[in-house]
Ligand binder design. Sequence first.
Ligand code: GTP
Ligand code: MG
Length: 245
Amino acid sequence: MPHRKEFEQTLVLIKPDALKNSLTGYVLSQLSEFHTGLRFAGSKIVYVGQMLAEEHYAEHRGKVFFPSLLEYIMGQLHYPDEPWKRRVIALVYQGVDAVKKIRNICGPTNPHIAREKNPGCIRALGTLVPLKDAAGNIIGERMDNLIHASATNEDAEREIKLWFAPTDIPPFMRAYPTEINQAHYYFKDGSLLLRHEPESMCLLAPGDIAWKTDIDTLRSLEKGSETVGSLGSVAAKYLMNTEKE
Ligand code: GTP
Ligand code: MG
């Protein structure tokens, strides 16, 4: 299926600043099928925990803005005293040139550049916030740019599998191979378990439909061999909205 142009998919996140500023309706209308020719394949409202945030932005680990990027996507910056309002809206869009079409409507990463280069794009409505160290010196800036969209087809696959289980997507809209899981997989304190222990959370049980790559990763972790993905990249999704993440 993924080789068919009309099945191309991309992940969109409506970030906490967009929710706080009531821009959800605006973003959705910009991305509507009428404007983009793309269809919804999945949607969910997610409380973003540390593991999911770190996995999503893994490519930025180690950069100076990484900690503030995690706080941003986790909603801590926009809802410091109201944790119950911390969430993002995650969406999968499907259709011809889904990645490119949505990136174009989002515009450049930096909202100031977005306003200059592409007025009218979604990120032109974003803001830059100074980042300070403990002594109050400005050490950089935070980019509150309202929306995330996958940059490439490879990123889209990794990100969609990170945020969505196959059963969050209608069967005929799934772009990546799935498999029926055969084993019990549990998670506790950052480790994979094959049997239930008190306080462990079930990731997958026999008979569950999962992304093939998730099952490959769990099997490799079980055997202690080289893995395609990390345990976090699999666990974050199954622990989503559980409070245990
Ligand atoms: P996303 O759709 O959110 O992934 O943005 P992007 O693909 O346009 O940019 P990228 O993946 O490079 O960066 C991810 C996020 O990190 C951005 O949305 C910004 O919030 C933040 N970011 C990226 N580069 C910088 C930077 O140089 N400085 C700061 N402060 N933040 C950055
Ligand atoms: Mg990116």
